[in-house]
Design a protein around this ligand. Structure first.
Ligand code: CU
Length: 122
């Protein structure tokens, strides 16, 4: 009986240990299970400046690890910690930068202040 208890104890330690493997970030919320990658449709991006604007904006959000903007496919791929930020918030930041994000429409004021090359005329 004692052996089983010890054995299951070791199993639990192993399982927990594996879950935290390769966390590489700061603290216990950073387990692999909390890291999520999402692809956000950003159909109104026009040029390289749009790409860097979105990249810069979203990278600055707490809990975001990585941002890739694909100008051809007009998508933004974000790797983030779901205990710190969610997709709705990410969409909001992109909208506030002046761009449509999934079903979240662009912030009109931000859009108006974008350089002309970044306006899709809609
Ligand atoms: Cu642009």
């Amino acid at each position: 009986m004692y052996q089983y208890i010890v054995l299951s104890y070791i199993l639990i330690i192993l399982l927990v240990g594996c879950g935290k493997r390769e966390s590489g970030y700061d603290g216990k919320d950073q387990t692999e299970n909390n890291i999520q990658t999402t692809t956000i449709s950003t159909p109104s991006i026009m040029c390289g400046m749009c790409v860097s604007t979105i990249k810069k904006t979203v990278s600055a959000v707490e809990g975001v690890y990585d941002v890739e903007v694909d100008l051809q496919k007009k998508i933004t791929t974000v790797k983030f910690n779901r205990t710190k930020v969610d997709i709705t918030t990410l969409e909001k930041f992109i909208s506030d930068a002046g761009y449509d994000a999934n079903e979240t429409p662009r912030n009109r004021e931000s859009y108006n202040s974008l350089p002309d090359c970044c306006k899709d005329g809609k």
